[in-house]
Design a binder for this molecule. Structure first.
Ligand SMILES: Nc1ncnc2c1ncn2[C@@H]1O[C@H](COP(=O)(O)OP(=O)(O)OP(=O)(O)O)[C@@H](O)[C@H]1O
Ligand SMILES: [Mg+2]
Length: 462
């Protein structure tokens, strides 16, 4: 290279370097780099593409290609640039005048930007670790370089993008339209420019990663604040309802005394007090439900317990309260006799589901509630099923929502408490609904009985 050419080259790299270092957006930087590689007053290639190294996938991902789509378009661009004569103001031209939209819309870019080449395969991109640029031709292409064959790359320049000793990608460029042979000088300049670009690209990628990370951190923090809010609100509601509950117990106690006294002496007052008592009972139950809901999952005590016994006892207790002739059927598998969980909470689940079923079949003569348990994969499954006509399809999306009820005296908390408890046991609840026939609630809770036993054993022996 003669001295004039060296000076020219350094002037060019200096100007391009300014453009690169003043670009603060990664996407725009890629346009600046490839435009510099393709304009006549720059490195003068006809077409150029950038592939970035995707470390987790071990692939080279095409991110941008800059090229005219036809020889006519190429000639038009070359003529207009020749007239503009941007030498000496290259940096400002690159920063302000690139038609990004047009570059993105080219067919060349569309093909490049959806390409992904695995580095496990037979590809020239394996050369990204080399600290030099190459001139390749079609015979150097690997069996898995279809994308470059498809784009008719014959003689082309290949420059790895290396930043801080690490490969981050590669630039591929050729003279597809004017067929000008690629010379050693072209390769040297491209190699120097690729090194400059690589550092800038890597810096902006790091900033982008950092920006994404802080965005995620902020989101997580906001989530936490929100959770804490809900938690505090729940605690406040639990405290308030606890106080109301205590006051109600006192009031209902005295009300009962007044009722008894008035029973014989004043039937009219007795009748009024009866209504007051009914309403207060309702408020009391509501308070209990809200209190339980607000306490939510905070106080569960898990252990291995006899699920079969819990189910049979619960049914017995419900039978005693419900005088109606509901028939209970059980199908309890010996493989699901025990469950690891909070027995009080699981009892609550059973009560809420059975209560719904009894309400659904209240007006039926042949009302039936079936409770089954079985083992399925790593889960213990509990189902509660009735023949109470099921749930109207239009109400289905709401039944698990708190305070949703189709009943005059329902609080609508039953099923949302159930779901809350099931989730607290890392389980899932689903519903098989047979409109006109009945509803079947299916609860699957991870079967941790064996693990829990082993853990106990380990702790005991250790
Ligand atoms: N087994 C069932 N058969 C038919 N509909 C049901 C059944 N279980 C629940 N539903 C419907 O889902 C709604 C919500 O049930 P959920 O238990 O949450 O509240 P609720 O029973 O109305 O009130 P409460 O909290 O006082 O029990 C019910 O109002 C009812 O419409
Ligand atoms: Mg209910």
């Amino acid at each position: 290279m003669d001295i004039d050419r060296i000076v020219e080259e350094w002037k060019l790299l200096y100007e391009l370097g300014i453009a690169i270092s003043l670009t603060t957006d990664l996407k725009k930087l890629l346009h600046v780099v490839l435009t510099a590689v393709t304009i006549g007053d720059g490195l003068g290639f006809n077409r150029a593409a950038i592939f970035l190294y995707n470390r987790p996938n071990n692939t080279m991902d095409g991110v941008l290609g800059v090229a005219p789509d036809s020889i006519q378009e190429a000639t038009t661009i070359w003529n207009s640039l020749r007239n503009l004569d941007i030498r000496g103001r290259m940096a400002s031209w690159l920063l302000n005048e690139i038609n990004i939209e047009a570059q993105l819309n080219s067919n060349f870019n569309k093909t490049i930007s959806k390409s992904r080449i695995s580095l496990q395969k037979d590809t020239i991109f394996k050369n990204i670790n080399q600290k030099q640029a190459f001139v390749f031709d079609a015979s150097n292409l690997g069996g898995d370089d279809q994308i470059l064959r498809e784009l008719n790359f014959e003689q082309f320049a290949f420059a790895p993008l290396i930043s801080r000793e690490q490969p981050i990608g590669a630039i591929v460029a050729d003279n597809f339209y004017n067929k000008r042979p690629i010379e050693q000088d072209d390769i040297t300049t491209l190699f120097l420019f690729a090194n400059q670009s690589a550092i800038a690209i890597e810096n902006l990628m790091s900033i982008e990663t950092y920006k994404n990370m802080s965005k995620r951190l902020i989101e997580e923090q906001q989530n936490l604040i929100h959770q804490k809010h809900i938690f505090n609100l729940g605690r406040a509601v639990a405290d308030i309802t606890h106080e109301i509950k205590n006051a109600l117990i006192g009031a209902i106690g005295f009300l009962d005394r007044a009722r008894k006294i008035s029973a014989d002496s004043n039937p009219q007052v007795y009748q009024y007090l009866e209504i007051v008592k009914k309403e207060l009972d309702r408020v009391y139950n509501l308070t209990l439900d809200i209190n339980r809901y607000a306490k939510g999952q905070n106080r569960s005590v898990k252990k291995i317990f006899d699920l079969e016994k819990l189910i049979l006892d619960t049914i017995e207790a419900i039978k005693n309260i419900n005088s109606s002739n509901i028939q209970f059927i059980t199908d309890l598998s010996e493989f699901a006799k025990y469950l690891y969980g909070d027995p009080d909470q699981i009892k609550q689940v059973l009560i809420n589901l059975i209560k719904n079923s009894t309400e659904a079949i209240a007006n039926k003569k042949d009302g039936l509630i079936k409770i089954s348990t079985y083992k399925e994969d790593k889960f213990i499954v509990i189902t509660v099923e009735d023949n109470g006509g099921g749930i109207d399809i239009k109400f289905l999306p709401y039944v698990f929502k708190p305070f949703y009820s189709t009943k005059t005296h329902g609080t609508g908390l039953g099923l949302s408490i159930v779901r809350e408890i099931v989730q607290e046991h890392n389980g899932v609840i689903s519903l098989d609904n047979f409109v006109g026939k009945g509803a079947k609630f299916i609860i699957k809770i991870p079967n941790l009985v064996e693990e829990e036993k082993n853990e106990k054993k380990d702790n005991g022996s250790g």
